[in-house]
Design a binder for this molecule. Structure first.
Ligand code: ZN
Length: 348
């Protein structure tokens, strides 16, 4: 196999424009989408539904059913404009986790990075089962592992643009055999490349724990594993602390989403940003320093400022001041936005 060797990658981070000194990454959003298609495959090619706009913004925010048009963003120029807002607010690296099943555009990400100066670290692997290519059902753990290793070392999705992190690997509730094979392949790729692994868990409070038991049983490194979407998954302290005790990095990545009308699971009380900060405070106070990262997971056009949302600059513009008001120290803020992302994005 060609491509970069482990020795060439070790101690460096990998953006869509190549290997960089991790010290250059700076303030980092660990989970975003810039160019994506989250339309369920069964609805693709049909009526895209209404364009997101002022008159339907609230409806779009509280329903995923209405409009595939809201679930799709394919414009490099729109992404450039949106990333500029984050850069102007102080963000210097975005981790972009659009992967197999939701239409990654590696060369588009290169253009966004070139135009904005923002470092972009791309993910690899496959999202949840219903989005995956049906041919994946025939594939083995080793086939998935080899694909992800090559995406990090050589290039991804038919391009020479290399991934700098593995994931967001899709899991759901109940967790499917195909999703387990992809994750098992991702754990092999984590060991072979030294990349961090980021995981999208199913919407059940104990599903992240089920995933972490699987990770540990198969030799995964919890300290280099990130559990996404804590804000919509884990609600009681016991479950949160048990998960933190595995050593996994906990990711609150839905900053900006403040409605209890969470369309993907109306049974949960989605916290607002202050509620997210309260949960993070509890985890830090229990001693889990270096185990928290944050982001917006922007994946609907209505989340973007152009369509009336909060945009990729929200954390830097509004959440950081809120953190200071709520008693977070500058050292804690730097750990969450700079040091922990840098540690994770540096190849082991
Ligand atoms: Zn995501």
């Amino acid at each position: 196999m060609g491509g970069l060797t482990r020795a060439e990658m070790r101690g460096r981070a990998q953006t869509v424009r190549g290997l960089v000194d991790p010290a250059a990454l700076g303030s980092t959003l660990m989970h975003e989408h810039l160019i994506w298609n989250l339309t369920p495959p069964s609805q693709r090619g049909g009526d895209p539904g209404p364009e997101p706009g002022l008159e339907n913004h609230w409806g779009m925010m509280t329903s995923t059913a209405g409009s595939p048009a809201n679930l799709t963003q394919r414009s490099v120029d729109v992404a450039i404009e949106a990333v500029r807002e984050a850069v102007e607010a102080g963000c210097s690296t975005i981790v972009e986790l659009t992967i197999g099943g939701i239409d990654p555009d590696p060369e588009g990400l290169v253009r966004v990075s070139e135009a904005t100066g923002c470092h972009i670290v791309m993910g690899c692997g496959h999202y949840v089962e219903e989005y995956q290519d049906p041919r994946n059902h025939e594939r083995s753990v080793d086939s998935f592992a080899a694909e992800m290793v090559a995406q990090v070392r050589e290039g991804a999705w038919g391009t020479s643009v290399r991934a700098g992190i593995i994931g967001e690997i899709g899991c759901q509730n109940p967790w499917t055999p195909l999703e387990r094979r992809v994750l098992q392949g991702a754990l092999i790729a984590q060991q072979e490349t030294g990349a961090a692994l980021t995981i999208h868990p199913g919407r059940r409070q104990d599903q992240p724990q089920e995933v972490m038991d699987f990770v540990r049983a198969r030799g995964g490194d919890p300290s280099r594993t990130i559990m996404c979407h804590i804000d919509r998954t884990v609600f009681d302290d016991d479950a949160l602390f048990r998960l933190a005790d595995t050593g996994v990095v906990l990711e609150w990545d839905l900053f900006g989403q403040e409605s209890c009308l969470y369309p993907l699971n109306p049974d949960v009380d989605m916290p607002n940003d202050a509620g997210r900060l309260r949960a993070i405070r509890k985890v830090l106070d229990r001693g889990h320093r270096g185990q928290v990262v944050i982001a917006h997971d922007i994946c609907h056009r209505a989340h973007m400022t152009r369509w009336g949302g909060w945009g990729y600059g929200h954390i830097h513009k509004r959440v950081l001041p809120l953190m200071r008001r709520r008693g977070f120290s500058e050292d804690e803020i730097e750990e969450i936005l700079v040091r922990t992302p840098r540690r994770l994005l540096t190849f082991a």
